[in-house]
Each structure stands twice: as C-alpha cells, then as structure tokens.
Write a protein that binds this ligand. Structure first.
Ligand code: NAP
Length: 333
C-alpha cells in the first residue's frame, strides 16, 4: 500500500485524532472539513510528524465539492491509498421537534457524506484495483436510541450502504478493500456544537472513550482491511442485543438512553455546526469537554454503573415480555 490518506471530518474529534494517527504511521494526509481554524491546526499537527499535509475546505454533503477535493488531493499529493469517511453532524431532539430541513441536512452530512466520499474514492481506486476505504459507524447503526433519530437513521443507512457496496466489490473481484469501524461513546466536541433542542447540555452515553482509541482502530482497519470492527466491550454487547433482540433494544433505549445523554447542566444558547461550521476562527481540537469522565479501554465508571445497567436490562426484559403477552392477547380477541 502507498501512503496517502484522506480523512473527512478531520478538523476535530475522532477525524482529527485519526489524521494524526495516519501521520504517525508515515502517511501524507489530506484533511477535509469546513472550519478553517480547525483544519489549519490539524494540518500543522500532522505535518509535525514529517509528512505532507493538505487541508482542503470541503462540505461533504456536496458531491461536486468532494469530487473536486479528491482531484486536488491527487494533483498535489498523488494517488489516494486510503479514504476515511468520518464527518458527521446531528440534532439532539425528539423526532417531532426537528424541522424537516434540519433532519434532511443531518442525513445529507452524516449519510450522504459517506456515500459521496466512497464514490469519489472508488472512482480513483477501482481502475487501479487497489486502495482502502474505512467508513466510521457506531453502536447506533445497530440500536436506535431516543433524541437521535436523524443520527441513528443515518448510521443505519451507512451500514446498509457499506454492506451493499462491499458486496458489489466482492462480486467484481476487486482488490479495493472496504471496512466499517463501529465506535463507542467518545469524548469529542460533537456534544458542544451539535444542534440541541433539549433543555440540558448533551453528553456521550458512558462509558466514554478518548478519541485516540477509535483513531487507532480506524487506522488498523485501513491497514489490515478487515470487514468490520466494533470498538469497546460494552459496545459489542449493545450491538449484539440490538441485532438479536431488537424489541429488547427498544425497551432498553427507552428506559436508559434518554437521561444518560443529558448532563445536569442547563443548555446554553450557542451556535450549532449543522448548516455551517460554528466559527471558522475557532479550533475545537480532538477532545470534547468530558476529559474528566473519559477513560481508556478499562473504564472504572462502567463498573460503577453495572448494577444500574443490570436493573435497566431486567426492566427492559420484563417490559418486552409484557408487550409480547399483550400483543398475543390482542391477536386472540
Ligand atoms: N463521539 C461519539 O460519541 C461517537 C460515537 C459513535 C460514533 N461516532 C462517529 O465518529 C465520527 C466522528 O464524530 P465526532 O464525535 O468526532 O464528531 P465531531 O467532534 O462533531 O467532529 C465532526 C467533524 O466533522 C466535520 N463536519 C461536520 N459537518 C461537516 C460537513 N458538512 N462537511 C465536512 N465536514 C463536516 C467537523 O468539522 P467542521 O465543522 O469544521 O466542518 C468535524 O471535523 C462520526 O462518524 C460519528 O458518527 C462518534
């Protein structure tokens, strides 16, 4: 494999940590996002590892812009070897309180951003019959939770898109590899700049990981070409529960995933990054505001929350059973 990597959403959060991890592995890195200050800072950080870095201001929801970015990268750095689709945005809200244009925008960035990135990458990789694409997923591509309908539906769509395109590549015997890495909750700026309609400030659902951990998994997937990876043991359990017992997943999400997404802090009036970057002169960095709550692979706060989690699971099992009995009774009538 050559050593030119493209990362979308590289101005902040997981994308920024991923770009840095590629630079540590000796890759020249092209960074795609919208915020000028974040992109500039990310380019400096990556270049400090002695590689070339190229910041290309791009809105991933715009296919022509993504294509133009890919052209520019190949002209300035050379043939693209790895393309990571990481960019996202979301709206924290019940579905019925989201304006249609806002829902559409969240899907266009989070889902179609991955489609356009994959398309631009494949247009260049398929004729060469080499390259690696990594799409960033989530446990929320398997289990839908309240207050995240725009995000969860986008992530479910990303997974369907990935499975379908991967099978097309296998069908034509292509050597282009496609992987999906499903992340746990991560301490990134997402929660400080996403559109929020809730009265309290949002947070990732614990256990919370630092962005360097998924970044390593994303780079590893690009290098070894594995089909998919779920990062984090709690995440693996959620994915299994959501896939095998979807009814139980719904009950668990209804009981446990509303309050756990909200801090006790009152939401402040602040700009959101849904339609444009919050402020092109603001560098958010890769970490969010939950450094004190985030751990590594071993997260003691997860153990502390085990009794509560067990209680929520048993209540969810009970509610699923009651629901089944009620449905059966209705059918018999
Ligand atoms: N954080 C978590 O708890 C978590 C959990 C599971 C999965 N994930 C996944 O991890 C990935 C990164 O999330 P994150 O938490 O790091 O998010 P984040 O902190 O909000 O960073 C999002 C990145 O995407 C960029 N972006 C947003 N809208 C864009 C657009 N229209 N065009 C181009 N770039 C855009 C942002 O930069 P600009 O605003 O400068 O454009 C930023 O660089 C996503 O795929 C997400 O689904 C995150």
């Amino acid at each position: 494999m050559g050593k030119i990597a493209v990362v979308t959403g590289a101005s902040a959060g997981v994308g920024r940590a991923t770009a840095l991890e590629f630079a540590r592995h000796g890759f020249d890195v092209a960074l795609l996002a919208r915020g000028a200050a974040g992109l500039e800072a990310a380019a400096k950080e990556t270049a400090a590892h002695g590689v070339q870095s190229l910041a290309v201001p791009t809105d991933v929801a715009n296919y022509e812009a993504v294509e133009a970015a890919a052209d520019q990268i190949e002209k300035e750095l050379g043939p693209i070897d790895v393309w990571v689709n990481d960019a996202m945005t979301t709206v924290f809200s019940t579905m019925w309180d989201i304006e249609p244009a806002d829902f559409q925008r969240a899907v266009e960035v989070t889902f179609l951003g991955q489609v356009w990135g994959t398309r631009a990458a494949l247009a260049r990789m398929r004729p060469r019959d080499r390259g690696s694409i990594v799409n960033v997923g989530s446990a929320l591509a398997f289990i839908g939770i309240p207050l995240q309908s725009a995000y969860c539906s986008s992530k479910f769509a990303c997974r369907g898109f990935f499975e379908s395109v991967r099978s097309e590549l296998l069908h034509e015997g292509s050597h282009v590899r496609m992987s999906m890495v499903h992340l746990p909750a991560v301490n990134t700026p997402q929660f400080d700049w996403c559109e929020n309609h809730m009265p309290r400030h949002p947070q990732p659902v614990p256990p919370i990981y630092q962005p360097e951990i998924p970044a390593k998994a994303i780079v590893a997937a690009a290098l070894d070409g594995r089909r998919a990876k779920v990062v984090g043991s709690w995440n693996k359990l959620l994915v299994a529960a959501g896939s095998v017992f979807p009814g139980l997943g719904n009950q668990y999400a209804a009981l446990g995933a509303w309050d756990s997404q909200l801090t006790s802090t009152t939401a402040r009036d602040r700009p959101a990054n849904l339609h444009q970057p919050v402020d092109t002169s603001f560098d958010a960095g890769s970490h969010g505001s939950f450094d004190d709550k985030a751990g590594g692979f071993f997260d003691p706060s997860f153990l502390e929350s085990l009794p509560h989690t067990a209680m929520l699971f048993s209540r969810a099992v009970g509610r699923t059973a009651v629901e089944k009995v009620r449905r059966r009774a209705v059918r018999r009538r």
